[in-house]
Design a protein around this ligand. Structure first.
Ligand code: IMP
Ligand code: MG
Length: 186
């Protein structure tokens, strides 16, 4: 365990097999829904969505274009919903169908902002595919068109999700459990 972090363990919540099965189901549904669509642009949100994105696009039979987008929030003390673009997409999306792929929807502010931006740029349609939905934490409404799993308020890692940049490489989703409760981050 990294020495500089509070003492914790990772408890498996969603197995690698369950993730793979669910992603195959989502891909089949996306293939059906976009049949006949030309130039679907699948956009992954860096960095957390990378494993989910890679697994999903390999399962699609549709011809797709892929791209990446990265955001960062401003420092502590700024308003929720103020999202900075760290890396913009390369492709033009005007008149095209866009499918945004994200690891988790928590408060919803990040996704709200990105979805609005892509609509503003004139995409023909903009839909959201998220591996995890932390529904009880939502502060702004974000409809998830393709959702992998609904989870509770617990902090999760793995399959792209991080705790202080650790654990993104785990093939499963786990919950962080702090060994000394007093040290849990707010
Ligand atoms: P939102 O804007 O609050 O919906 O934040 C979404 C982002 O917060 C995600 O893309 C993740 O990077 C991060 N996040 C939210 N919940 C978790 C979690 O349980 N584990 C790891 N990262 C999380
Ligand atoms: Mg993220």
């Amino acid at each position: 365990m990294p020495a500089e972090l509070p003492r914790h363990r990772v408890r498996e919540l969603i197995s690698s097999e369950a993730i793979q099965r669910r992603v195959a189901e989502l891909a089949a549904q996306i293939d059906r829904d976009y049949r006949g669509s030309r130039d679907l642009v699948v956009i992954g949100v860096l960095k957390g969505a990378v494993p989910f994105f890679a697994t999903l696009v390999q399962r699609l039979d549709l011809p797709v274009l892929v791209d990446f987008f990265q955001t960062a929030s401003y420092g502590a003390g700024t308003n929720a919903g103020e999202i900075r673009i760290k890396r913009d997409i390369d492709l033009a999306i005007r008149g095209r169908d866009v499918l945004l792929v994200e690891d988790i929807v928590d408060t919803g502010w990040t996704l709200r902002t990105i979805l609005d931006l892509f609509r503003f740029r004139g995409a023909r349609s903009v839909k959201l595919c998220a591996l995890l939905d932390k529904h009880e934490a939502r502060e702004t409404e974000v409809p998830i068109d393709y959702c992998g799993f609904r989870i509770g308020r617990e902090f999760v890692v793995g399959f792209g999700l991080d705790y202080a940049e650790r654990y993104r490489n785990l093939p499963y989703i786990g919950v962080i459990e702090f060994i000394d409760e007093k040290e849990a981050p707010s």
